[in-house]
Design a protein around this ligand. Sequence first.
Ligand code: ADP
Ligand code: MG
Ligand code: MG
Length: 880
Amino acid sequence: MCMKFVVPFDQGHADMKATLGGKGANLAEMTRVGLPVPPGFTVTTDVCRAYYALGGQLPDGVREEVASALRVLESSQGKQFGDPAKPLLVSVRSGSVTSMPGMMDTILNLGLNDETVAGLAALTGDARFAYDCYRRLIQMFGNVVFQIESHHFESQLSRLKQRLGVGQDSEVSAEGWQELIESYRSIVVKETGRPFPQDVREQLELAVEAVFRSWNNTRAQVYRKIHRIPDEQGTAVNIQAMVFGNLGADSGTGVLFTRNPSTGERRLYGEYLINAQGEDVVAGVRTPVPIEQLGADMPLVFDQLERTAAMLEKHYKDMQDIEFTVEQGALYLLQTRSGKRTAQAAVKVAVDMANEGLISRGDAVERIEPFHLDQLLHRAIDVDQALDVLASGLPASPGAATGEAVFDADLAEAWSRAGRKTILVRSETTPEDIHGVLAAEGVLTSRGGMTSHAAVVARGMGKPCVCGCEAVRIEDRSFVVHAGGEFVTIREGDTISIDGSTGRVIRGGVNLREPELTEELQQLLRWADDIRTLQVYTNADTPEDAAKARDFGAEGIGLCRTEHMFMSAARVPVVQAMILADSAEERAEALEKLLPMQQQDFEGLFRAMDGLTVTIRLLDPPLHEFLPNMEQLVLQHERLRNDPNASSEEIDRNEKLLRKVRSLHEMNPMLGTRGCRLGLVLPEIYEMQADAIFRAVVRCLEEGIDVRPDIMIPLVGHANELIRMRELVTKRAEAILGDKAATFPYHVGTMIEVPRAAITAAQIAKHADFFSFGTNDLTQMTFGYSRDDAEGKFLAHYVETKLLPENPFQVLDEDGVGRLIEWAVEQGKAVKPLLKTGICGEHGGDKSSIFFCHAAGLDYVSCSPYRVPLARIAAAQAQL
Ligand code: ADP
Ligand code: MG
Ligand code: MG
């Protein structure tokens, strides 16, 4: 293998991300197409991997290659690195393969020391500027290379500004900076026991190594874990000639998106600061100015920037996130990459770009991360309510959230683990807060712009965020805000709400409104529908859910769980009476009462799904689930016995319940009398359900509704079980539909959720019109993991220690469960080529599982209503 150590910007291109990192590859690409990029070169990710392989040492030859690339850079700039008369300054910039914004380190103004700083001052005629650069270098270098915490430097800076009586960094004089540099120097000596290095080559080498080390800092590791970025990727290091945005009023620095990353609107969107350098914009030091203002401040530069943005979009065929600097009126591009965006923006940008002819409709569909749609279907604050609005900040990431205010990330995490919903409130967030952002429902910051850390991270995670809310004054574990003529204090644990779509901060909880589909999303979904062959059904138990799912594009109900119809408060007593019945007559009486209720349920579903399949699963759970729990009954029993006022009827009823619960008690109910086993032991229940279905059919047919019921028998493991249950259903159909039973198109099929059913699929298929893979139970029984016990206990450990790649209840286990599905489909279709097959577990809404279902040749996936749009997109992507 040939290792490349160093690649100059003018020798690389965009497709070299794996070796040059994203930043390096795009700097090379921009150089190649003739954009104004300060020259430089990239130390490759190969070097990073070798550095770690060697236990933290640069491989032989790297120093020489860097030195010779530096010589080329020097001559192109007409300056020398370390030359007191004409010093070349460079930035040393990390650049991973997959973008990890803010996670890794960059150092600016490298090459300054006590001599060159004077040279720079003389060269530019601006001592203030030169010393400003130098103090920045010492701080960044101290922080990145020597790991000196920033607050040591920051507190000196604030103290200086206070003493000088100035508010802004740009108002500090050259002498002020020189003074600060002296105290910075002492900080370095005090914290590290060594002085800030004056040898510029030593600076460079230490900086390069520090960037490599930053690949493994904690926050970068956490970020990689969350975003599933492989640890082996490594980072590149870019060494680039400095240009200066802090050279006065005709200089500046900024960041910009080619379209609005929140809404997708096609208009430049960004912020900049005059007379500033590097991170000033995103660090929240000064509040930046909206990019439109640049049109007035520097019309020529703005014009050039607009043209460049359009050109880059065309070139990359995607929305770009651009970093730029203006040095005395000249524009320089310092970075471009695909812009991170909200789901809403992703959809709008993809649809717009397809309509603009920039990409194809298939490309547009492929651009959408299906899980992003979860965000798109955002909650919003219901309009019909009085809101106690405390303040307004920037609408940094859309969606509304309610939770208890917390003021540090660790607490947000702890409370969320305890099941509490929180809003993380910070003056600004840093990469160290990322776990808190992840845990919280939403984020509120008092400082920082739309491109601040909190905003970027929250948008990436799809969390609502309001930032730069300056009215909020954060104190220790509380904040104070002046609202409605009074001072309001919000303490830790007080409930607040934020609206990341408008920027509002609200006292107390709010009613949230469920989201609707936008015009663009509907367009995109229609394109997806044109592409996909896999159908998308929904799991729905109520007419409301069914109607919602139908709005979202569901093409049928793949699973209606009838037990949910047993659980409403009004029905529980009837269901209990049915279970507690001492005789067949008593039971029949109770079932008689349940029948019209069930019939009504089914009528509602049929009406909502007029013309579409409704798959109804007969009762599945064990009966004890409908009775009070045993411990409770025992306690009550004790209480009643000792209560002189308790009536004998009450005592009798309690004893009877207790006896029944004891008799129904099973050691292992998941593997006990449930599903078709219950249907075989107590056929009256399934008979009642079948009657209810067919009576609903009769009624709906009278109304002119196109009814298409599929009746599904749960938990079949042996063909004989299905044979008996099918007989039962057929009999009831004949009894109720009469002559019509022969021609009315209903189907009887089964869940495939017991491994034996999958294995003997050929026998079962003879008696089934359809198979629906119940992947929750199938996973549970194939692994032999009790789902209810596994998730909170050993499974988390398994996934954490990488024993299992994923939680198999979330992402379908293709090697095990998947093989069973493939086998069952193949065997079943061999017997019955038109056998309809689908999946109705939680997996029906997971992207990779949907890809699997498509490949396995299933006819449909069925998922919860909110996941239907996601499944439509994923099914199309599986086809592409
Ligand atoms: P990050 O990956 O954290 O964004 P960058 O390497 O992009 O770090 O550097 C951050 C900022 O520093 C850039 O946006 C730019 O403003 C500034 N910067 C980096 N290199 C240079 C340079 N050669 N000249 C001027 N400014 C630079
Ligand atoms: Mg940065
Ligand atoms: Mg950058």
